[in-house]
Design a protein around this ligand. Structure first.
Ligand code: SF4
Length: 494
């Protein structure tokens, strides 16, 4: 996450589209938040480039600066506002400042009122408006955005119960986004050319009481099956070798158009694309991990044996207040099943500590569960109050210092587990996707194995490359793990 004291980094686009003869507007992009938001940035960059704009990673060169914001939790909102203010300082004559993303869905009317330097806002459901916001005429053949009209019965029920209502939010508009890009929407990757995210669904129907994503992003809707496959094929033709499927909940994929085991079928189909080497998905919902999904992962070498399932807590009473259900026993049975069907699977999860009313006993249940489950990767986040989320009005809030104490304690438990898990890897061999020179030292290279999803998991430093190997970023090499640290590994290329 961006800290307000460090300079804001603009997105470095991989390919910025066709060169133009006429004077072109230069657009700089700051993308905050999660990979789902990054894909929105990539789609907006694609539309701009397609309409003749040139993308620049240098804010001072830009005629138009776009800040694509995040509004998931308080600190993300604050970071978004700080970034807008920082970019507003660069507003010289003729330079346009556009704010896009989740913060617009939450505070649409307030943003321009409170930050007059902002010239235009673009919500998550109207990405095509980036063109008029930037003062750029659409290209004649710009594909119109794909409006999704399907929904899940669960989502319709929750809608009737007010789950998606924004009535209490000052400054938001009533309409929920229903947009999703498709395979024809221009898109410019901001990730290195060998790896790409594909957003397969948008929105969420779950009732988690700490979360306002459903109000920000709307009801769950999936992209058409053929559209995702076509995008996977197109990306593979441009050199992408690793695909990461994302959505607020990837495991519900296809349910809105009556597809059973939609994610498993999609993975199976993508695994047939010859040029792709690794396919994975993030953000599984615990009770949506089916036997068919696990068997599909186990059956295909290209589908990484990697499951990211944010569990949020392990105490049944805390989970009940979170409106998520489940508990340590149910989760341990699920983990046992996952490990039985996919031997050697890498498991990632994340938890929220200090949820309102979290007792010492509930927290201990969580600690015991973490000790027993032995995740490969784990994130722990301190609860933060979010106006508009159901948990906002819950009593018995845990003091901030106590939340931080619990978060650190949970991370400490996981650190010991992680250290042991990594030690076991020394001497084992893996395929490694080389990413380039390490950010830590020019003397080291850096890469990932199938156990490491892009950006979120630890790193693999490469300290030895045989002389006859010309190690190239974006290529796969066989490697041996030679050293293990708490989270990171050191490997030599074989
Ligand atoms: S599953 Fe829960 S936490 Fe995740 S986006 Fe949906 S409501 Fe939010």
């Amino acid at each position: 996450m961006h800290d307000s004291n460090t300079p804001v980094a603009l997105v470095e686009p991989e390919n910025s589209g066709p060169a133009q003869d006429r004077p072109v507007k230069k657009v700089g992009f700051v993308s905050l938040g999660c990979p789902k938001n990054l894909v929105d940035s990539e789609v907006m960059m694609g539309m701009l480039s397609h309409a003749g704009a040139k993308l620049t990673p240098r804010a001072e060169d830009a005629d138009v600066i776009v800040v694509n914001t995040c509004s998931f939790i308080d600190s993300a909102q604050q970071e978004s506002v700080n970034t807008i203010l920082e970019m507003a300082k660069l507003k010289g004559e003729g330079r346009t400042l556009v704010v896009a993303g989740c913060l617009v869905e939450r505070f649409r009317n307030e943003i321009q009122k409170n930050i007059p330097e902002v010239d235009a806002v673009v919500g998550t459901g109207e990405l095509e408006k980036i063109l008029s916001a930037a003062g750029i005429a659409p290209a004649p053949d710009t594909t119109s955005p794909f409006k999704i009209l399907t929904s899940r019965p669960e989502g319709d029920l929750r809608a009737s119960q007010g789950r998606f209502s924004r009535e209490v939010w000052d400054g938001a508009i009533a309409d929920l986004p229903n947009y999703l890009y498709d395979e024809n929407t221009p898109r410019i990757l901001a990730t290195p050319g060998h790896t790409a995210y594909i957003k397969i669904a948008e929105g969420c129907d779950h009732p988690c009481t700490f979360c306002i994503i459903p109000q920000l992003r709307g009801q769950f809707r999936s992209r058409r099956f053929e559209s995702v496959v076509a995008e996977g094929e197109r990306l593979s033709r441009t050199g992408v070798r690793e695909i990461t499927l994302i959505g607020q909940d990837t495991t519900c994929y296809g349910e809105d158009f009556g597809l059973k085991d939609g994610l498993a079928l999609l993975l199976e189909k993508l695994a047939q694309i010859q040029e792709l080497r690794w396919i994975r998905f993030l953000y599984a919902y615990p009770n949506k991990i089916t036997g068919k999904l696990l068997e599909t992962i186990a059956a295909h070498e290209k589908i990484c044996s990697y499951i990211d399932v944010p569990l949020q807590h392990a105490s049944p009473t805390a989970l009940k207040r979170m409106k998520r259900g489940g508990g340590a026993d149910v989760f341990l049975r699920m983990i046992e099943k996952i490990r039985r069907i996919i031997p050697g699977v890498t498991l990632r999860t994340s938890f929220i500590v200090g949820f309102p009313g979290e007792t010492e006993h509930e927290f201990e249940e969580l600690c015991d569960f973490v000790r027993e489950a032995k995740f490969d990767w784990m994130g722990a986040f301190g609860y933060s109050d979010q106006d508009g989320a159901a948990a906002f009005s819950l009593e018995h809030k845990v003091p901030a210092r106590e939340i931080e104490r619990r978060r650190k304690r949970l991370m400490q438990i996981q650190r010991q587990i992680s250290r042991k898990q990594r030690k076991h890897l020394v001497g084992t061999t893996h395929d490694l996707l080389l990413e380039g020179t390490s950010e830590e030292s020019d003397l080291l290279l850096e890469g990932r194995t199938a156990m490491h999803a892009p950006e979120i998991d630890g790193k693999v430093f490469v300290n030895d490359v045989p002389e006859d190997k010309n190690a190239q970023p974006g290529q796969f090499y066989r490697c041996e793990i030679v050293e293990a640290h708490d989270y990171d590994l050191v490997a030599r290329i074989l």
